[in-house]
Design a protein around this ligand. Structure first.
Ligand code: F58
Length: 829
């Protein structure tokens, strides 16, 4: 029997005093030494950097906890609605500076440590990145958690505490290799293990119909059960005003050891149950190339969704007693379809466990859940074989069939008999082996479905959810993504932050709208000089990092041209490297010309099984090798691929970027958020009219962004007209020259055919229209060089970017979700 949580009365709570919040250097210094001594168990004389980091993190965590308790208590006291953000990914990065800055303790802590002979900036690098996400989707969840805390919105993030986050990328001879990531190997000082918060999660087994009073109830008898154990990380908001909880689940076997097998000498077999069960929270994004991998992924999805629902319903019933009031007190946001099984699970809980009639249960479910879509790419929309779901989650499969039957019947009854429409809105894809469409399940189960940029939302309405949109015209809404300025400006670029505050005042740190006031000084020579000096310092630091990691010397005065994101064909790193080769050819043909010196910087990971993306990484590295050692382009062109891109590396690159590459095929990047981070830090965008680029363009103005290429509508037209890349190639001498250079084998000595497949692939089926956009991209890059020569105009454009992107604060995004989807209102505690 687990101890029951008690909710203290307001009177008792008010008697539990919490420590004072303003601290001086000496107090903090003593607190750190006490942690080092009593919690880490180390004498300051022998403590290493890691020990100091842990001591500092624990000291900071105490200060967060001091604010966590009142936040939680006031949530209970007010009875306000809570937001539950369900996400299979939280790409958090490091927390030390995030926490210190939000608590306003950075300077005090720096001074305290310096009295102890410890350098805070060096400690920072001892913290491993929490890389519990792949890319934008996971990072968005982390930004949202920070903004919800900053806006005092009572919220929980729910996800999985992976033992191993996103793989560590090593570049060996130009090829990507993947190694397991080990963020927990020295423990995690930010989290609290909650062994008492544990829920059984069933899989497989059978469903038994039970007749009761003339009605039939269904009882699921799972074949096996895994326990979900909670780990809590407090998330502190800006100025320490409010603290929310990120609750991540770890899988535990119900019977970790078979003693009989052990005693017979089968030491490995004795643990096999544990290994199977705990595989669920072992690794982020297991490869879904094999059926075993697919099954593990579905297990992960159900595991964390079911644990989260049990947890939030327990909390709701403790506090409000009546499950029928769920939609008044709970908003569940599904971050993509990964937790979409929540629709069936919530129905199961309501109907099977709480005896709520089906129709009422459906109303409750629909009013509680909402869903965010992050992609239009058909291959990225999740579906599960009916056979797999029926075996792993037999009751859920029945419920999904039931939902689908009622849904299709009601459409038919309302006169919508069109077969094409019915089959497109069905939860089951009947073509080529029956599969459950998780996007359709999420759509149907949600009262609101949102896209992540204006363009993406429009395209959702026109493409994947066209028929759904005709049936439920008010369901799809737009919520353009955002980023937390606390991390992506204040922490990553303190120099720029100081400049901003000096120019427009301290309020800019609380209200991103204040940034627009910077426009007044965009043309001011002395402000430009300071802005440029800050950039120069960040570029010098990045140059040092490049020298240290790659032994490549780059000139901090060159134009830093940056493409940092997952490596994917639609993001078109390929287009960028083709343009690099064209520029290289042009420089070699006319070495005397007055070229603008450029450093092409790439970073990003390719999915382990994505061979073409890995070949593109190899091509970038092969080009780098040739270009960087060619004396003809010395001082003019360098190519750099920085390995193991992660949040911390992004924090180093973004403030040092002059040019931001956002060059996806129009219509394919749902939003992008790196584009916002770079623009905020004054990197000018070269990009297509895709995702949030469109909205960045609207805000910074045509003169301060370099747009090129086909629009989304033109892309569709090109495809439908049967695009012929060979004809494009024949018409472009520049591109033909680039192809010839690669075919010649100069980038692949000893293996001249290494890139033949990649290039032929473009010619035979250029799905991402790389060849179609090449000439326009090359030309736009020359415009970039022209503006670069005009230093005043360049800096003016950069400052106007910083000034005009306040809209992309995730605080704005979260306010919109709160008002239009969740119906929650920021607290004022
Ligand atoms: C990204 N999706 C979108 N998916 O590509 C990007 O445009 C958008 O800005 C961002 O979401 C936030 O809305 C994304 O990052 C993934 O990482 C998938 C997760 C599941 C496995 C496959 C990748």
């Amino acid at each position: 029997i687990r101890p029951k949580a008690t909710v203290p009365s307001a009177e008792v709570a008010s008697r539990i005093a919490l420590p004072a919040q303003d601290e001086d250097v000496a107090t903090l210094r003593r607190a750190v030494v006490a942690k080092l001594t009593y919690a880490v168990g180390k004498d300051p004389i022998v403590a290493n950097e890691r020990d100091w980091f842990v001591a500092v993190a624990l000291t900071v965590r105490d200060r967060i906890v001091d604010r966590w308790m009142p936040s939680t208590r006031s949530n209970y006291a007010s009875g306000d609605k809570r937001v539950y953000y369900l996400s299979l990914e939280f790409l958090i990065g490091r927390l030390l500076y995030d926490s210190l800055n939000n608590l306003g303790l950075t300077d005090t802590m720096r001074a305290a440590l310096s009295e102890l002979g410890v350098d805070l900036d060096r400690l920072r690098s001892s913290e491993p990145d929490a890389a519990l996400g792949n890319g934008g989707l996971g990072r968005l969840a982390a930004c949202f958690m920070e903004s919800m805390a900053s806006l005092s919105i009572p919220a929980y993030g729910y996800g999985i505490r992976y033992d191993h986050g996103l793989f560590r990328q090593v570049i060996k001879d130009g090829w990507q290799q993947e190694y397991p990531e080990d963020w927990l190997s020295f423990g995690n000082p930010w989290e609290f293990e909650r062994p008492e918060v544990e829920y059984p999660i069933g899989f497989g087994g059978s469903v038994e119909p039970v007749s009761e009073d003339g009605a039939t109830r269904y009882v699921w008898h799972p074949g096996d059960v895994v326990d979900a154990v909670a780990y809590d990380t407090p998330v502190v908001g800006w100025r320490g005003r409010h603290v929310n909880t990120l609750r991540l689940w770890s899988a535990r076997a119900t019977n970790p050891l078979r003693l009989d097998a052990f005693n017979e000498g089968d030491y490995v077999g004795a643990h096999s149950g544990r290994v199977w069960a705990e595989a669920i929270s072992d690794v982020l994004y297991p490869s879904d190339e094999t059926p075993a991998g697919q099954e593990l992924r579905l297990r992960q999805e159900y595991f964390f969704t079911a644990a989260s629902l049990q947890d939030l319903i327990r909390r709701h019933l403790n506090q409000h007693k009546d499950i029928r009031t769920l939609p008044d007190k709970v908003a569940i946001q599904l971050n993509d379809t990964h937790p979409a099984i929540a629709v069936a699970e919530l129905m199961r809980i309501l109907v099977d466990l709480h005896n709520i009639p089906w129709a009422e249960a459906w109303e409750i479910t629909n009013a509680t859940i909402s869903y965010t879509n992050h992609t239009l790419m058909p291959e990225a929309l999740e579906t599960w074989p009916v056979a797999l779901m029926g075996r792993l989650l037999p009751r859920h499969m029945q419920i999904i069939f039931m939902i689908n039957g009622l849904h299709l019947d009601s459409l038919r009854q309302s006169g919508k008999n069109d077969d094409a429409l019915l089959s497109s809105v069905s939860l089951i894809d009947e073509q080529g082996g029956r599969r459950v469409r998780m996007g359709n399940l999420a759509f149907l189960g949600a009262h609101k479905v949102n896209g992540v940029s204006a363009l993406h939302t429009d395209l959702l309405k026109q493409t994947v959810f066209r028929d759904f949109n005709s049936v439920y015209p008010d369901r799809i809404v737009n919520k353009t993504n955002g980023i937390t300025f606390r991390r992506w400006l204040f922490e990553a670029n303190p120099g720029l932050t100081r400049l901003i505050v000096d120019a427009v005042g301290e309020r800019a740190m609380d209200d991103a709208g204040e940034l627009t006031k910077l426009a007044a000084v965009a043309g001011d020579a002395s402000f430009q000089e300071k802005y440029a000096a800050n950039r120069r310092a960040k570029k010098a630091a990045l140059s040092d990092l490049i020298a240290e990691r790659l032994d490549i010397k780059v000139d901090p005065d060159a134009l830093f041209d940056v493409q940092i994101k997952r490596i994917h064909e639609y993001k078109r790193q390929f287009l960028n490297i083709l343009e690099t080769i064209a520029l290289y050819n042009a420089m070699r043909a006319q070495p005397q010309r007055d070229w603008v010196p450029r450093v092409k910087i790439f970073a990003g990971k390719a999915a382990a099984s994505y061979h073409r993306a890995k070949l593109i990484i190899k091509l970038i590295n092969d080009v780098a090798k040739v270009v960087n050692s060619d004396p003809t382009v010395q001082g003019k062109l360098k190519v750099v691929f920085l390995p193991n891109y992660n949040v911390s590396l992004a924090e180093n690159i973004i403030p040092a970027a002059d040019l931001s590459e956002q060059i996806s095929t129009a219509g394919m990047e749902a939003s992008g958020t790196g584009n916002m981070k770079l623009a905020l830090n004054g990197g000018l965008t070269i990009g297509t009219m895709d995702g949030a680029n469109v909205e960045i363009y609207d805000r910074v103005g045509a003169d301060n962004i370099f747009i090129f290429g086909l629009t989304a509508a033109e892309v569709t037209k090109r495809w439908s007209g049967g695009y012929d890349a060979r004809a494009t190639l024949a018409a472009s001498p520049m591109l033909s020259d680039v192809f010839d250079t690669i075919y010649s084998g100069i980038f692949s000595p000893g293996e001249s055919g290494r890139y033949t497949g990649l290039l032929d692939g473009l010619l035979n089926d250029d799905r991402f229209l790389v060849t179609a956009d090449f000439d326009a991209y090359y030309a736009r890059q020359r415009d970039v060089a022209t503006l670069w020569r005009n230093r005043e105009e360049w800096w003016k454009a950069a400052i106007l970017n910083t000034a005009n992107v306040g809209f992309f604060s995730s605080d704005r995004t979260i306010r919109e979700y709160s008002d239009e989807i969740w119906n929650v209102h920021p607290r004022t505690d």
